[in-house]
Design a protein around this ligand. Structure first.
Ligand SMILES: N[C@@H](CCC(=O)N[C@@H](CS)C(=O)NCC(=O)O)C(=O)O
Length: 210
């Protein structure tokens, strides 16, 4: 059985929802960020950065949500175009685009301490908001032309990843839901039974959409 080290609503949620979609039993191991459990010596042995998600699959231990997502979809041959198929490149592009453009910006948004700052000056917050908005705009343009999912008519694990990032914008001055094609995709993902199960198991409430 898989083991997933997680914290509610964080980068582990895409992997948690994916495992539900794949119908895979998983042992969920909750790390309490309030008491810094993610920095315990035991957990640091699994991921030296002390961050979630970490997935354990027998002898294999993995961190980085995008890598885990690719590993699982390839292993179970579901929720992603298979290697060599025509849409595979587009799928990989979406995963890399999201993880390269949204993850670092949100990391800065939520962790000013990464820059040695306690609280950002207003201009820096504004710049981060603008950078994230530019990514929403680009994605919304693409989805308006070929949607409602990132792969057009086909739902894939990339949509779970995008929805997780959209959720993180919920308390920003301008949230991802201000872009209509993004709102549509979020509503589709949030209407899935896996989303409800995720919310129940992680005891999430905000941005439920159901
Ligand atoms: N690029 C990594 C980011 C992982 C990450 O930053 N996780 C955050 C939660 S969203 C974390 O574990 N933070 C705890 C900490 O930094 O102490 C991924 O996508 O897996």
């Amino acid at each position: 059985m898989y083991k997933l080290f997680y914290a509610p609503g964080t980068a582990s949620m895409v992997i948690h929802q994916l495992l539900i979609e794949l119908n895979q039993p998983v042992e969920l191991i909750l790390l309490d960020f309030a008491t810094n459990q993610q920095k315990s010596a035991e957990f640091l042995r699994l991921n030296q950065q002390g961050r979630v998600p970490v997935l354990v699959d027998g002898a294999v231990t993995l961190y980085e949500s995008a890598a885990i997502l690719l590993y699982l979809t390839e292993k179970h041959q579901q929720l992603a175009p298979l290697p060599g198929s025509s849409d595979r490149g587009l799928f990989l592009q979406h995963i890399m685009f999201l993880t390269n453009n949204l993850a670092p910006q949100f990391r800065l948004w939520f962790y000013p301490a990464d820059l040695g700052i306690e609280q950002y000056p207003a201009e820096l917050r504004q710049q981060l908001q603008q950078n994230i908005s530019a990514v929403w705009q680009q994605l919304d343009d693409q989805l308006s032309q070929r949607g409602p999912y990132l792969l057009g008519d086909t739902f894939s694990a990339a949509d779970l990843m995008l929805t997780m990032y959209m959720r993180w914008s919920r308390n920003m001055p301008k949230t991802a839901l201000a872009w209509p094609a993004l709102q549509r995709l979020a509503d589709l993902v949030r209407s899935r039974p896996s989303w409800r199960q995720l919310y129940k198991q992680e005891q999430l409430t905000e941005w439920a959409g159901f």
